[in-house]
Design a protein around this ligand. Structure first.
Ligand code: ADP
Length: 558
């Protein structure tokens, strides 16, 4: 198609207008393309902005002149521009493109480096008389600075945001740190006090791992065993076991691993001096946060003295039982002697009467009978003599009287007579009046009386469900003190109430019935009195009234 070139001045009056020059010098950044996208004209401003030589570019294809920056893998300039120009060709409408990044290249003479550029392009069709696209006016605005400014603004904002975030994080970290420090110092304080507590404990406290390795060893442990902490930490607990106790090591660790706590385990441990110390050990497992036993704490107590005291108590108990038996035997013998004296006297009288009756008879056998009766009289006399001597011997037996505290006697009786019996201990209660005056008594005998009364009370409550045994002491203005043993037992059987203190009166299958008789003789020998009365609505109270020391002396003197 060889259409005649269009004359833009046709039909215009006056000198012709240099449209080419006008286009070139236009302040807009414009490019004129033909429909095949060959550059046909470019404004000076365009050439300056895109750093091209007009003569070099005109006649070349748009994308030959403006390829994508090969160093920018994300470059989309060519594709977007091509799409926009296609739309212009197809729709014959102007197409305003979004701001594009489309880098340009410096001329070869200046090194040919790529420079970042941002454009706001508008592609407009120039239609011919048939409405076909004759030209495309590609007009751009260089918004690089604007984009840069915005980018730097955004950058600044982003930077500010980042900074704020960093400040916030720093603040939070600070807060956490402060919290941690607080906890740490709290923890430190706690561990410090805990360490002080362990260190200052009077009882040796040792901690060790499940294999027996000692981790801590306090002052009390140093004192008990003579080993310093430096000598023991790191060594095995085995070091403390006497040769005959070595087997305990394995057993103890096995129990520990099983999570068992051992309480007051009595055994012996060897000190550095080689002496064995009797100890009661309590071992408690120490668990980690997962609940596994990792170590143990061991508290030891020296029970040598306690064991000695127990031994002494046992021997005192033995002594009391021995003396009590001896007393009972004595009293029994005395009672029997007393009871036998009457029939012996009667027998003697009968013998004498028989002797007198046969006095005048001359029968051949009478001499023999007389002889036998004389023997019988001698033997009876002898028996009476023996009884008398026995009674005198028993009754004259010296008792050791000394000023004693009744409350103390009660307490000792309980320790000696009741300590081993958990049942009795459970039901026993004392109500001891403070500041009682001393009494002049044979302590053992008064203890025997109390033990007798306690045993009777326990017997009387055997079949009862409510079992309460109370020992109460009281002072009286009249120079006496009283101890009252009360129970919630069956009460005194009416059958024997009248002869309660008589010998051989008992309701028990294996009873001898001399306990209360002996109590009465002891109490009366001390210038006191013993009696029974109902304990409220249930059971019996036995009351023992004893003169206080001065009064007893006065009474003795009187
Ligand atoms: P025994 O205990 O050998 O029977 P005792 O002389 O000590 O001898 O007691 C005589 C009897 O008195 C007992 O068999 C019992 O029937 C009665 N008796 C003693 N103390 C009590 C008591 N606290 N409660 C009920 N009955 C008692």
């Amino acid at each position: 198609m060889n259409a005649a070139p269009h004359d833009p001045n046709r039909g215009m009056a006056g000198p012709p207008v240099d449209f080419d020059g006008l286009f070139r010098q236009s302040p807009t950044l414009s490019l004129l393309l033909d429909p095949s996208l060959i550059i046909r004209a470019a404004s000076d401003a365009y050439c300056r902005a895109t750093m091209i030589e007009r003569d070099w570019a005109v006649g070349k294809h748009l994308f030959e002149v403006f390829p994508d920056n090969p160093d920018d893998p994300n470059a989309t300039g060519v594709a977007n521009l091509r799409a926009s120009l296609q739309r212009v060709l197809q729709l014959r409408r102007a197409d305003l493109m979004a701001v594009q990044k489309y880098d340009v290249r410096k001329p070869e003479s200046e090194g040919g480096a790529w420079e970042e550029r941002h454009w706001s392009p508008l592609n407009s069709p120039v239609l011919d008389a048939d409405g076909e696209v004759r030209w495309i006016h590609h007009k751009v605005e260089d918004v690089t600075e604007l984009v840069r400014m915005r980018a730097s603004e955004e950058e600044r904002a982003a930077f500010a945001r980042e900074q704020q975030l960093a400040i916030d994080q720093l603040r939070e970290a600070n807060r956490q740190l402060a919290r941690q420090m607080e906890q740490t110092s709290e923890w430190r304080r706690y561990t410090y006090f805990f360490a002080l507590l362990v260190e200052s404990s009077n009882d040796p406290i040792v901690s060790f791992l499940v294999d027996g390795e000692i981790k801590t060893w306090n002052k009390a442990a140093e004192q008990m065993f003579g080993y310093s902490s430096a000598e023991m930490v790191g060594s095995s607990v085995l070091k403390l076991l006497p040769p005959d106790r070595q087997h305990e090591h394995g057993e103890l660790l096995a129990k520990l691993r099983a999570g068992e706590k051992m309480q007051f385990f009595e055994t012996a441990r060897r000190a550095k001096s080689g002496d064995d110390i009797l100890v009661a050990i309590t071992v408690s497992p120490i668990r980690d946060e997962k609940g596994e036993v990792v170590a143990a704490s061991k508290i030891l107590r020296d029970i040598t003295e306690q064991k000695q005291a127990e031994k002494k108590l046992l021997s005192l108990q033995d002594e009391l039982i021995h003396l009590s038996r001896w007393n009972t035997m004595g009293m029994l013998a005395s009672t029997i002697a007393h009871e036998l004296s009457q029939p012996l006297t009667a027998a003697m009288n009968y013998i004498r009467a028989a002797r007198r009756t046969i006095e005048g008879l001359e029968a051949p056998q009478t001499a023999k009978v007389r002889e036998f009766l004389d023997h019988a009289a001698d033997e009876t006399k002898l028996a009476g003599g023996i009884m008398r001597t026995l009674r005198e011997f028993i009754e004259k037996r010296k008792t050791k009287r000394a000023p004693e505290d009744l409350n103390r006697i009660v307490n000792e009786t309980m320790v000696l007579g009741v300590a081993g019996d958990a049942d009795v201990k459970a039901m026993l209660r004392t109500e001891l009046a403070p500041g009682l005056p001393p009494i002049a008594v044979d302590k053992i005998q008064i203890q025997q009386v109390l033990l007798n009364l306690i045993r009777n009370s326990v017997d009387a409550m055997k079949t009862e469900t409510q079992r309460e045994l109370t020992i109460a002491t009281a002072g009286e203005d009249s120079g006496f003190v009283t101890v009252r043993v009360s129970d919630t037992g069956t009460g005194i059987s009416p059958d024997i109430a009248a002869q309660l203190f008589q010998p051989f009166v008992t309701t028990k299958e294996n009873g001898m019935g001399v306990g209360l008789t002996i109590c009465q003789s002891i109490v009366e020998a001390h210038g006191g009195k013993i009696w029974s009365e109902p304990n409220g609505t249930k059971g019996t109270s036995f009351c023992v009234r004893l003169p206080v020391a001065d009064a007893a002396e006065n009474q003795d003197a009187a």
